[in-house]
Design a protein around this ligand. Structure first.
Ligand code: FE2
Ligand code: FE2
Length: 279
């Protein structure tokens, strides 16, 4: 079986619609399914709009966001599976220790369960598989040739983002009075904290004696974090569409400084988005 499998060759049936990063970021409806109005507000520098049940477009925005989570779960499963396979077992720079592979195997089991939860939850919300598009960014970050980079790019940056999104959707489920949505998000959130913690632990363990490798991995994480700050959608204000889940991030091994840095990256992404639209 070949190593480092390209994203274009991932197995999907005819229901799935694949779009590129470029198409995703240029979508005028907004990149994360938060709805057209939220995107317009954020781009013009006005307060972005939080996902609340009283928004007229709330059902579609929530369904779109949930479909994005569903395809992200498939890719997280594929990425963790690849990390078990793509590297020889060992402690060298281009190898992956057995214990790391064991963590990735456990993660595969969790992600497979998340895919099932997401399919059932999407059905509950009235969404069909493939109704919204799929962008392979998470899996692409899992193609990095350095296992530490995979764990910072995927587990820390993107699953860190998943923590923020799940937490936001969990609150949405509570306010909307939908216990199915609320509990599904809660269960998946618990696992994501574990996955992000794995990323934090392995980053520190594998780069303990290699500060340069650590810096490269953290830089990769910053790039991914910035790319997926969605023009500053993520923040700590009451009206931030995606709320930075500070407490859960602490549990997942983020230091206070690292959480502050993500906040700054998001604020910077917002300033740039506003400047780009002349707002
Ligand atoms: Fe997951
Ligand atoms: Fe995960």
């Amino acid at each position: 079986m070949r190593k480092s499998f390209p994203a274009e060759d991932l197995a999907r049936d005819a229901r799935f619609v694949r779009i590129s990063n470029e198409e995703r970021f240029n979508d005028p409806r907004g990149p994360v399914g938060l709805g057209a109005q939220a995107s317009k507000n954020a781009a013009s520098g006005r307060n972005p709009q939080r996902l609340t049940p009283d928004r007229p477009d709330a059902p579609d925005a929530a369904r779109s966001l949930m479909h994005g989570i569903f395809v992200g779960e498939i890719q997280a499963l594929e990425g963790a599976g690849r990390t078990c396979w793509d590297f020889e077992t060992g402690k060298g720079g281009d190898e992956a220790p057995f214990e790391l592979k064991l963590d990735m195997a456990r993660q595969c089991w969790d992600e497979a369960r998340h895919v099932e939860i997401s399919v059932k939850l999407s059905d509950h919300m009235g969404t069909e598989i493939g109704e919204f598009s799929e962008n392979p960014f998470l899996y692409q970050a899992a193609c990095n040739p350095d296992p530490v980079m995979r764990l910072t790019g995927v587990n820390r940056a993107l699953e860190g983002l998943a923590i923020d999104v799940f937490n936001t959707m969990h609150s949405f489920g509570t306010t909307a009075g939908d216990p199915v949505l609320e509990f599904c998000e809660d269960w998946m959130l618990a696992d994501e904290v574990t996955h992000v913690k794995m990323g934090s632990d392995w980053l520190r363990r594998l780069t303990e004696k290699d500060p340069e490798r650590r810096e490269r991995a953290l830089e990769f994480q910053r790039v991914v974090d910035k790319l997926f700050s969605f023009g500053g959608f993520r923040g700590e204000e009451d009206d931030s569409p995606i709320k930075l889940a500070r407490r859960f991030r602490e549990l997942a091994g983020f230091t206070d400084e690292e959480i502050e840095e993500i906040k700054d990256i998001s604020a910077e992404a917002r300033r740039e988005a506003v400047a780009a639209t002349g707002g």
